[in-house]
Write a protein that binds this ligand. Structure first.
Ligand code: ADE
Ligand code: ZN
Length: 328
């Protein structure tokens, strides 16, 4: 099982069919696309050129990241913007050997903070995905999500726009952003409403916070997959919960480093998660913002966990097994 410290077999890893289940559509906007969107909308970009934008994709922690992430969210305005981002990223993922992508989309951010409506956003994303998939043969699904820094009642109303539009490409609902507000506001009814429509729930939990968030997401929201979940390792009972219920954690090691969710690579719990039998899938979260791509995440897992080729294959297989069924 232990590798012989040989070089990461990138082409082998690329050749493995795999799913990416934790990537935010808005977080796939790269420097060139960001500048094009700013120009399209007559908005001053955060930096004048691509190198400057890449520098701007540097964060001293989660609050700084969220501020910049929501700046990017605000640059995606028209259906064509969403189509462009979706089409570009599916192609990028295809080049990494990804056969299935589930895009998290900051639905309540667009609707409540930017005054948008869901239908044109959804339809733009679907157009872009269809265009790419015609070339690549990929499958894809959407996970519209709640930003819990916004009031739960407003989020509930915003998510009704999602629920009342075409649900054929929506595979789940999710939740991103800071978990602090979970303790003061109740988002549970939104997950219950989604479930009543046949939509499962997922949530970011245990990213910067601890195992209590992961337990809360499972027990209150009924989350069937957890984004990140690394904080679960602080409580063996929560690890047992993940293992017994077969709840996958969609872990993004590069994101965790970039946002200082862990102190160092050596401190990352990924090896312990695999040893404990937690189902792990690898994702990029917000790839250009974290200067990463999915094969870089497989390389981190290879190095940090001492994987061999079978270990890489198991991760790829786990991602396909944990994917939602798109019915296609
Ligand atoms: N939205 C985009 N990236 C995120 C992250 N890493 N954590 C929470 N919400 C996010
Ligand atoms: Zn995320």
């Amino acid at each position: 099982m232990m590798q012989d410290m040989s070089e990461f077999p990138r082409e082998f890893a690329r050749s493995l069919p795999k799913a990416e289940l934790h990537v935010h559509l808005e977080g796939t906007v790269d420097a060139a696309t960001l500048l094009a969107l700013a120009e399209r909308h007559g908005v001053e970009p955060p930096a004048p050129d691509e190198a400057g934008v890449r520098d701007w994709f540097t964060f001293d922690g989660f609050p700084m990241f969220l501020e910049r992430y929501f700046t990017v969210v605000g640059l995606l305005r028209d259906p064509d913007d969403f189509a462009l981002a979706a089409e570009r990223y599916l192609q990028t993922a295809h080049d990494q050997g990804v056969v299935h992508v589930e895009f998290h989309v900051s639905a309540t951010g667009h609707i409540l903070e930017n005054g948008k409506t869901w239908a044109p956003i959804h339809d733009g994303i679907v157009d872009g995905c269809r265009r790419a998939a015609e070339r690549t043969g990929q499958t894809w699904g959407l996970i519209p999500d709640i930003s819990p820094h916004l009031p739960a009642a407003d989020c509930g109303r915003a998510m009704e726009q999602v629920f009342e539009h075409d649900l054929s490409h929506v595979v789940a609902i999710g939740m991103g952003g800071p978990a602090d507000s979970w303790w003061t506001d109740d988002f549970t009814p939104i997950y219950e409403r989604a479930r009543s429509l046949g939509l499962p729930g997922v949530a970011h939990a245990g990213e910067h916070g601890g195992a209590d968030e992961v337990r809360y997401a499972i027990e209150r929201f009924g989350a069937v997959r957890i984004q990140h979940g690394i904080g679960a390792m602080q409580d063996p009972a929560v690890v047992d919960l993940l293992v017994e219920r077969g709840i996958a954690c969609d872990v993004c090691p590069g994101s965790n480093l970039a946002l200082h969710a862990v102190e160092s690579a050596a401190a990352h719990p990924l090896p312990r998660m695999l040893d404990a039998g937690v189902t792990v899938t690898l994702g990029t979260d917000d790839p250009p913002m974290f200067h990463t791509a999915l094969l870089d995440e497989y390389e981190r897992a290879w190095q940090w966990c001492g994987l061999d080729e079978d270990g890489l294959r198991r991760l790829a297989d786990a991602s396909l097994a944990a994917a939602f069924d798109t019915g296609r």
